[in-house]
Design a binder for this molecule. Structure first.
Ligand code: IPE
Ligand code: IPE
Ligand code: MG
Length: 265
């Protein structure tokens, strides 16, 4: 992975690494490494609007968004953030035109092929959350292989939410729990919050501390409904392809200014 000073080509085609340097250094200095969020989750939104604003087809926004994802993973790696979850495709996104859905699936295959070796080399382990059943067979197979790869030294988990919906995740957990009760493996009295959470796709992952949404919408769009109970929200109007490490560090600095109370005083 390029280091912090390597200029990055953004989706915009602009070199921003150098220009961002002074602001980036100031933000980095402001970040308290002892109070980092353990888990950051991102709703990567605004690809279509980014493209439309440039008179490009919407899919060009998705293509440009790959650089922003790379930058976010690198920024997490640089800070030492252990878990990054990104919302790549929702259970509702099947309602989009067939060409756009097909493009997104092909892009995913391409990104896994191109990025996975480097990710593994840098200690990033891949995890997928969501229902694989509706995904094209080629994507399913690729993902099955990809998640088996274990870095020698595991530094970070990149979790991709794919055909993911919070409601369908909760309904699925209820189904699995009911089955286990029927089969006598579980008693209803044993079903508390932690038992329930262990039936979710995210079993074993800590709840997100910080949710970033790009593209300016103030909604959660069926993302991690159970898990974000006490997550801090950070929303930016910046479209996802333009999101860079400076924005990421701004979100972290803002997160660290907040007082998390979890219902206490
Ligand atoms: C987010 O960008 C990417 C996916 C949902 C796959 P959008 O495609 O939703 O972009 P906008 O929100 O229409 O601009
Ligand atoms: C959320 O964005 C889903 C992803 C980023 C994958 P959407 O664009 O699908 O959400 P809405 O439609 O604006 O709520
Ligand atoms: Mg959108």
């Amino acid at each position: 992975m390029p280091n912090a000073s390597t200029p990055q080509v953004t989706g915009d085609g602009a070199l921003v690494g150098m220009a961002a340097e002074p602001g980036e250094a100031r933000l980095l200095a402001a970040i308290d490494r002892k109070r980092l969020p353990v888990h950051v989750a991102i709703i990567m939104d605004g690809n279509g609007r980014w493209a439309t604003r440039r008179s490009l087809p919407r899919v060009e926004g998705h293509r440009a968004g790959v650089s922003a994802l790379r930058a976010a993973v690198e920024a997490c790696g640089d800070l030492g953030i252990r878990y990054l979850t990104v919302y790549a495709f929702s259970t509702e996104n099947w309602e989009r035109p067939e060409e756009e859905v097909g493009f997104l699936m092909d892009l995913l295959l391409d990104v896994i092929d191109r990025e996975l070796p480097r990710l593994t080399e840098h200690g990033v382990r891949l995890r997928i959350i969501g229902d694989p059943d509706r995904l094209p067979a080629a994507v399913r197979r690729k993902l099955e292989d990809a998640v088996k790869l274990r870095p020698d030294e595991e530094r970070m988990t990149l979790c991709i939410a794919l055909n993911y919906g919070g409601r369908s995740e909760i309904a699925r957990a209820a189904r699995l729990l009911a089955r286990d009760v029927l089969q006598g493996r579980l008693r209803p009295e044993e079903i508390g919050e932690s038992t329930f959470a262990s039936y979710l796709y995210t079993a074993g992952l800590p709840d997100p501390d910080l949710i970033i949404r790009t593209g300016g919408e103030h909604r959660v769009s069926n993302f991690l409904l159970w898990q974000l109970a006490y997550a801090e929200l950070w929303i930016t109007p910046v479209y996802w392809p333009d999101f860079n490490r400076v924005h990421f560090f701004e979100a972290i600095v803002d997160y660290q200014r907040r007082q998390r109370r979890f219902g206490r005083v």
